[in-house]
Design a protein around this ligand. Structure first.
Ligand SMILES: [Fe+2]
Length: 436
C-alpha cells in the first residue's frame, strides 16, 4: 500500500520544470534515479550500480583475482567496473551516434602467408576440431606472438571461424594489445568491464545473476524458440555480437580464467557453411539483398519516449564477402536480424526463420568447445570472427562452479558483398549439389 507520505515524495520528485524541453527532462530523470534502468539488455532490466562493484569483488574466483592482480588491476574499490550513468545513452539517437563515422581498418589476415608457416612452425600441434570449423593450437602463448604470427592467426580465424588456445598466461592488458592489432576496440557503454580497462568486457553470468538476472535451468533456452516473446537471458541464444555497428565486430577474443570442471561450453556455427547449405537458386535470390540489424540493448525514442524500448538499427548486406578469405557468407542471427529489405514483412519472417534454422540445425557447420585447461592456474582463449559466425553458450553447469572471462572485440570493416566472390565450397573445389 502506498502511504500518503510516499505519494507526496513521488509527486515532488517528478515535478516538471516547464521551461526545460520534455526530452531533456526525461533524460535527467532517467540519469538521476538509480532505480530506473537506464538501458535494457535484450529487453531485460539491468541492476548494475555505478562504478566499481563491491559485491562483485567478493564473488570473484581465486584464479581470476590472481590474473587481474598480477596485471596491476586495482580491485580495492570493487570489480567489475560499470560505466557511469552519465556515459550511458538514454535515447536511441545518442546510441546510434556512437562510432557512426567510418574508422580506418586494416584487415590483418589479408596479406598473411596462406600456409601460415610462422604460426604453425612455432606450434607444437595444430588440431582441426571438425572438418571446416574450429582449430586448436597447442604449445603457443598468445602473449608472445610476433606480428607475422598475428597476421597468420587472423587469416586462420577467418578461414576456420574460431581458433582455441588452452593453457594461456594472458593478462587483460596483453589481451587488449592483441585486440588493438586486429582492429578498433569496441568499448561497450553498458556492460561491466575490467576495472580501469574500458575495452575489456567482463563475461560473467554469476555476477549478472547476483545483480538480479533471472537465469534458470528452465528458462535458459526459451529465447531460442521465440526471441521476441522471451527475451534472451545470459548468452544462451544463438547470436552474433554487435551486428548493429557501422563496422561490426570482427576478431573477438574471449579468455576464460575461471572454468567449470564440466559444462559451460560454447558452440559456434559457420556463416560460410550456412551459405553453402542453400540451393543455387536461393543463393541467387539472397545475393545483393540487405537486411536490418539491431542492437541487443534498447533505448528510448526522443520524440516518443513512451512508445517503448527502441533498438539501434543499421542496414547491411545479408550475404557478404570476407575481405581476407574472399568467401561469401550468410550474415543473419535469430537475436538481432530484424527484417530483409525488399520483401513483405511476412515473407521476411518466413525466410529469416528458415535461415536461422540453417545455421542452428546443421551440426556439420558447428563446433562445440570445452574450455578446460590441462594446467592448473592457466586460462583458455577462443578467438572467433564474428563476421562469419554465430555462437551461443551452454549454461548446463547452472552456476554450480564459477565461470568468469574477459572479452576484447576488434571492430572490422564496413560489410560488403562482391557478386564475383565465391562460396567456401566453390573456392575449395568441394562438390555442390545441383537440385533438379
Ligand atoms: Fe556473444
Amino acid at each position: 500500500m502506498v502511504t500518503s507520505t510516499e505519494t507526496q515524495s513521488q509527486a515532488a520528485t517528478l515535478q516538471v520544470v516547464n521551461d526545460i524541453p520534455i526530452d531533456e527532462q526525461i533524460e535527467n530523470l532517467v540519469r538521476q534515479h538509480k532505480e530506473l534502468s537506464i538501458t535494457r539488455s535484450r529487453g531485460l532490466k539491468s541492476n548494475f550500480v555505478n562504478g566499481a562493484d563491491s559485491e562483485g569483488s567478493k564473488l570473484l574466483p581465486k584464479s581470476s583475482r590472481k590474473r587481474l592482480e598480477e596485471d596491476g588491476v586495482d580491485l580495492s574499490k570493487g570489480y567489475p567496473e560499470v560505466p557511469s550513468r552519465s556515459e550511458i545513452p538514454v535515447f536511441v539517437d545518442q546510441a546510434h551516434a556512437i562510432r557512426n563515422e567510418e574508422l580506418p581498418f586494416i584487415e590483418r589476415g589479408k596479406n598473411a602467408d596462406p600456409e601460415k608457416k610462422a604460426l604453425f612452425g612455432a606450434a607444437k600441434e595444430v588440431i582441426n576440431l571438425t572438418k571446416r570449423v574450429g582449430t586448436e593450437i597447442v604449445g603457443l602463448q598468445l602473449a608472445d606472438l610476433n606480428d607475422q604470427q598475428k597476421d597468420e592467426l587472423a587469416l586462420l580465424i577467418a578461414e576456420r571461424v574460431v581458433v582455441f588456445f588452452r593453457d594461456q598466461k594472458l593478462p587483460p592488458s596483453k589481451q587488449l594489445e592483441l585486440g588493438k592489432y586486429w582492429g578498433n576496440i569496441e568499448y561497450h557503454p553498458q556492460t561491466p568491464h575490467v576495472t580501469g580497462f574500458p575495452g575489456v568486457s567482463v563475461i560473467w553470468n554469476d555476477f549478472r545473476q547476483k545483480k538480479g538476472m533471472d537465469l534458470t535451468f528452465e528458462n535458459a533456452n526459451f529465447s531460442n524458440w521465440d526471441v521476441l516473446r522471451y527475451p534472451s537471458v545470459g548468452n544462451q541464444t544463438w547470436h552474433t555480437d554487435l551486428v548493429h555497428e557501422k563496422q561490426p565486430a570482427g576478431y573477438t577474443h574471449l579468455h576464460l580464467d575461471a572454468i567449470p570442471s564440466v559444462g559451460g561450453d560454447t558452440i559456434w556455427a559457420s556463416g560460410y557453411g550456412a551459405y553453402d547449405k542453400l540451393s543455387d537458386e536461393f543463393k541467387k535470390f539472397l545475393d545483393g539483398k540487405e537486411a536490418v540489424y539491431v542492437s541487443a540493448h534498447t533505448y528510448l525514442d526522443r520524440n516518443d519516449p513512451l512508445s517503448g524500448p527502441q533498438r539501434i538499427e543499421r542496414i547491411h548486406p545479408i550475404v557478404r564477402t570476407h575481405p581476407a578469405t574472399g568467401w561469401k557468407f550468410l550474415a543473419v542471427n535469430r537475436s538481432m536480424t530484424k527484417r530483409i529489405i525488399g520483401v513483405s514483412p511476412v515473407e521476411s519472417q518466413v525466410i529469416l526463420n528458415y535461415l536461422f534454422d540453417v545455421y542452428e540445425m546443421n551440426a556439420d557447420l558447428q563446433v562445440r568447445f570445452k574450455w578446460t585447461n590441462t594446467k592448473e592456474g592457466y586460462g583458455t582463449s577462443a578467438i572467433w570472427d564474428n563476421r562469419v559466425s554465430q555462437h551461443r553458450n551452454v549454461w548446463d553447469h547452472e552456476g554450480t562452479e564459477p565461470r568468469h572471462g574477459t572479452r576484447v572485440t576488434s571492430l572490422a570493416d564496413i560489410p560488403t558483398f562482391d557478386p564475383n566472390s565465391k562460396s567456401q565450397r566453390e573456392a575449395l573445389g568441394l562438390p555442390i549439389h545441383k537440385w533438379e
